[in-house]
Design a protein around this ligand. Sequence first.
Ligand code: TK8
Length: 334
Amino acid sequence: MRKFSAALAALSAALTLGHAADAQAAGAKVLKLSNGLPETHPAILGAKKFGELLAQKTNGRYEVQVYPNATLGDDVRATEAVRMGTLEMVSTSSSPLTGLVPELAIFDLPFLITSEAAADAVYDGAVGAKLAAALEPKGLVLLAYYENGFRQLTNSVREVKSPADMKGLKIRTMQNPMHLDAFKALGANPTPMPFSEVFTAMQQKTIDGQENPIPTIYLSKYNEVQKYVSLTGHIYGPHLILINKKLFESFPEADRKIIKETAQESARYERQLNRKYSADLVAELKKSGMVVTALSADQKKAFQDACAPVYATWEPKIGKPFVDEVKATVAKAK
Ligand code: TK8
């Protein structure tokens, strides 16, 4: 009996050792990545694509685990966790991070980025590189810009065709002071709130509406709690794919190159998919019973004019030369 249990102990020790050796041979470094959006959203599908490609290219030495629905925290908290090193990666909107890097607020200036081509030129050119450099001293390495897209206004009260129609509407905004200013300038009553609380707040009518790109509106089923969507396109936002800097720099240089290239490859996939969804899902929202209001150029201009005070306040805060550089990039890309 004694012999048997000794043999068993030896066997189990060998097995345990075997497991450890396997894991080591696989060398899988786990990169957990958090985002607030649902599983079906291009942001999540893109992150999963990043994981698949990275596993292929590194023979499984890196494993990306994607956590949708803000299960590891909303943008602010998850980004804080990545900075502290308790989470490896986050895919976050830039807007809640302007306290950290004020220049990121170029993505919050209303009607600044006017087309997908302009967005690509901003993300992938000198402007995008400067923002990435500004994130590094904060302990964050930007691997790629995913697209969140043109933000559109939804609400449950009335059709919005002009700033006057927004009067008194309680609108959730991202946690960003410029958004508060912009929605106040438009006559609304803005309330900042993390993304994961928005659906319930609309369902319980503590807010009348919110603004997000079409894929998010549809895939988060906002049509179940919102009646009207106006295609204001007031902001064109990114999702930043960020990794803890210390961790990233602990990887061999060859791996860092692969990780960055793979993230950018997945960004091209994500942007393409998101653009297709943005175009196609408008019809689905209509089918689901939402009133979709397209705005004429003149109607859009009324929103733009109402936001003029926001520029007066925020351009100097961000730095006029940098804002001008973005404007020039956009003008060239059109
Ligand atoms: C998801 C958010 C979301 C953003 C928002 O984590 O908060 O409204 O548009 O996409 O980043």
